[in-house]
Write a protein of this length. Structure first.
Length: 158
């Protein structure tokens, strides 16, 4: 039983750490030296189909999770498997929130009365008002600054 609890705690800890990794990589990699891949995500006129150059980040960030799952399985290292599971779960959450819910790449989850989901959508909308790699704000995905919650609460009260 204790092993299960520890494994779940590892997965949750890695999931939370991944939000920090996402924020840092978004601000300093995607809006830094990786802008050449991320640019088409902000400047839609360059988009030529369903996929964007920005989608390569999905593959890049999936590699550590895949490697942890692979080596954890091959060498029977539970902690590595749990790290891989945490990374993979965060990747799935990121995909569902960012690509499905916010950007509507698949036309589901269009409307929500959830204050949290409205705050996420608003924060991301503000992030996308900047069309260059400079002067951006709100680089996270699941952790939203309080000002967006306040705006979402106001909308819910109307």
């Amino acid at each position: 039983m204790i092993k299960i609890v520890i494994n779940v705690l590892i997965i949750l800890a890695v999931f939370l750490i991944m939000e920090c990794v996402a924020w840092l990589s978004h601000k300093y990699i995607m809006h830094g030296f990786g802008w050449f891949l991320h640019k088409d995500h902000h400047q839609k006129e360059e988009k030529k189909g369903f996929f964007e150059k920005n989608d390569f980040f999905f593959l890049i960030f999936a590699i550590p999770g895949i490697l942890c799952l692979l080596f954890g399985s091959l060498f029977h290292l539970d902690f590595l498997l749990m790290i891989g599971a945490g990374i993979t779960l965060y990747g799935a959450a990121y995909f569902l929130v960012h690509d499905v819910f916010i950007h509507q790449r698949f036309k589901v989850f269009r409307n929500s009365d959830s204050v949290y989901l409205r705050a996420i959508r608003k924060a991301h909308k503000v992030h996308h008002k900047y069309l260059t790699k400079h002067d951006g704000e709100s680089f996270g995905m699941l952790w939203v600054p309080i000002k967006y919650f306040k705006e979402a609460i106001k909308i819910n009260r109307k």
